[in-house]
Each structure stands twice: as structure tokens, then as C-alpha cells.
Write a protein that binds this ligand. Structure first.
Ligand code: G
Ligand code: G
Ligand code: MN
Ligand code: NA
Length: 253
């Protein structure tokens, strides 16, 4: 209850922060994208993880305000990087609660217009569970979002309980392989059968594929051999504040 009150206050004061985790383009060997990850610097409890307060925000209806602030902040950052001559595509996490509301399309359109962020530099990350409920309404919202010029990714791919059929029914551009699949790759001898299969599946459908949770050189080498498109994880960089992002970008150049 205290946490809910504090979160409400943090949203009123716009005190949530957005960190950016780089994604390495494996073809160019450069950082060209990032995932926006919200952070809450709590006055007493220190930095609180979204793993704790995003579910709270979903239960209390605060997720709409939270999502709006993260989208706005991310689009401002896209525009700020563009002004510095940096084209960084930013992916924002969207929860099922937000996708269910068809005001999401208007919100994204309004924020793109206000911030002047180029739509092709914004991606939304949806989880498989987003696609389970009310398929036709969700598909309609996804088509309208894509008509704004943005792209859509499926996050944590392979951990949902969905049938694979939805990949052909919903308009998606990117698959993000859940980090549990890469964890089994501990040396070059390891098979990584599921990772290999997911990359082939994604490419077969004409999608880009992102390997998540890359923590070792062996894992990134494995993704390169599979011609996976992007790698994301602590081996490349943890999520960092925008002020540190350009340094990480240069370190990888
Ligand atoms: O950053 P971290 O690994 O602690 O994130 C934990 C979870 O919180 C992840 O599943 C991530 O997708 C989710 N998350 C992070 N930022 C946001 C956000 O802005 N909106 C939503 N809906 N989820 C987020
Ligand atoms: O569910 P989602 O994929 O949005 O979650 C992203 C979360 O994964 C972020 O909160 C981030 O802190 C975490 N993360 C990012 N890279 C790594 C990694 O290499 N290993 C692990 N264990 N977690 C990671
Ligand atoms: Mn994500
Ligand atoms: Na993920």
C-alpha cells in the first residue's frame, strides 16, 4: 500500500528514469538499437526493479501513466540522439494491459508528433501473452500501430504457451529469443538446438531475430554463426542512463 502511494507520487512528479540497454547489430558489429527499461529511484528503498513495480502498476491501473511517461521519455531521447547525428532505434516494453486499450494507437501517434521522433526508430516489445486474449481486437491495434511506421517485436519468445500459428496471424517484425535459451550455451561445444531453431523460424518468416541475455563471448560467437541479427546482454552492456550510452557505443566501435 505504501509502495502504491509512492509509485503514484513518483508518476505525478515524473521521477521514474529510463535506462537504455544497447543492442549490437551483428552484421555491422555496431550498436544501432537499444531497449528502454524503466527504473524507479525510491527515496528510502534505493533503485527499485521494474520486476516489482510494473506488476504493481498493472494491478492498480497506474500502468497507463507509467507507459505514457516511458514512451514520451524514449521518444524525446530518440529525437535528441537524432539531433546529435545518431540514429538509434529504441524499443519500449508494452504490457498486455496497454495493448488492450485502443487509445494506445492515439497515444503513440501523439507522442511521435510532439517529440518529432522518426517513427522508424521506435519499436514496441510485446510479450506472447499480449497476443493470447481477444485476437482480432489485438491484431487490429497492431496493424494500426504498424501503420504509424513503427515496428513490433515479440519479447521473451519461446516461453509463452502460445501456438506458433500466431506468428503468421499477427503483424510482427522481430523475435527476441528469451534469455533462458542462450543460457545453455556455455562453450563452443554446446548444441543450442532451440536457439538455432528459433533463429531459423524467425528468418523463415522474414523477421529479424535478437538474442537476449548474452553474457559470454561463446554465446555471442554462437549467435554470429547462426546469422542472428542482434545481440543484447550484459556481455555487451547492462542497461545504462542515456548520458552513458554514447560512451558504450564508442567502446564498441
Ligand atoms: O530491467 P529489468 O530486467 O529489471 O526489467 C524487468 C522486467 O520489467 C522486464 O520483463 C521488462 O520487460 C519489464 N519492463 C521494464 N521496463 C518496462 C516498461 O517501461 N514497461 C513495461 N510494461 N515493462 C517494463
Ligand atoms: O523481459 P525483458 O526482456 O524486457 O527483460 C529485460 C531485462 O533483462 C532487463 O531488466 C535487464 O536488466 C535484464 N537483462 C539484460 N541483459 C541481461 C543478461 O545478460 N543477463 C540477465 N540475466 N539479465 C539481463
Ligand atoms: Mn523487453
Ligand atoms: Na526479454
Amino acid at each position: 500500500l505504501r509502495l502504491e502511494r509512492d509509485l503514484r507520487q513518483a508518476l505525478q512528479r515524473s521521477s521514474l528514469q529510463v535506462y537504455y540497454q544497447p543492442k549490437l547489430c551483428l552484421r555491422l558489429n555496431r550498436i544501432t538499437q537499444a531497449e528502454a527499461l524503466v527504473r524507479w529511484p525510491h527515496p528510502q528503498d534505493g533503485m527499485i526493479s521494474p520486476g516489482i513495480f510494473v506488476p504493481l502498476a498493472e494491478e492498480t491501473g497506474l500502468i497507463w501513466a507509467l507507459g505514457e511517461q516511458v514512451l514520451y521519455e524514449s521518444c524525446c531521447q530518440i529525437a535528441a540522439w537524432c539531433a546529435q547525428g545518431l540514429e538509434i532505434k529504441v524499443a519500449v516494453n508494452i504490457s498486455a494491459h496497454q495493448l488492450r486499450n485502443d487509445k494506445l494507437v492515439d497515444l503513440v501517434q501523439k507522442i511521435l508528433a510532439e517529440t518529432q521522433a522518426p517513427p522508424h526508430l521506435l519499436e514496441l516489445e510485446l510479450t506472447e501473452s499480449c497476443l493470447m486474449e481477444d485476437a482480432s481486437a489485438t491484431r487490429d491495434i497492431m496493424h494500426r500501430l504498424r501503420n504509424l511506421g513503427i515496428t513490433l517485436a515479440i519479447d521473451d519468445f519461446g516461453t509463452g504457451y502460445s501456438s506458433l500459428g500466431y506468428l503468421q496471424r499477427f503483424p510482427v517484425d522481430v523475435l527476441k529469443i528469451d534469455r533462458c535459451f542462450l543460457q545453455e550455451i556455455t562453450s563452443d561445444e554446446q548444441p543450442g538446438t532451440l536457439t538455432r531453431a528459433i533463429v531459423a523460424l524467425g528468418h523463415g518468416l522474414g523477421l529479424h531475430v535478437v538474442g537476449e541475455g548474452v553474457e559470454t563471448a561463446a554465446q555471442i560467437a554462437f549467435l554470429r554463426r547462426l546469422h542472428c541479427d542482434f545481440a543484447q546482454g550484459y556481455y555487451i552492456s547492462p542497461p545504462v542512463p542515456a548520458t552513458e550510452f554514447v560512451q558504450v557505443l564508442q567502446d564498441w566501435q
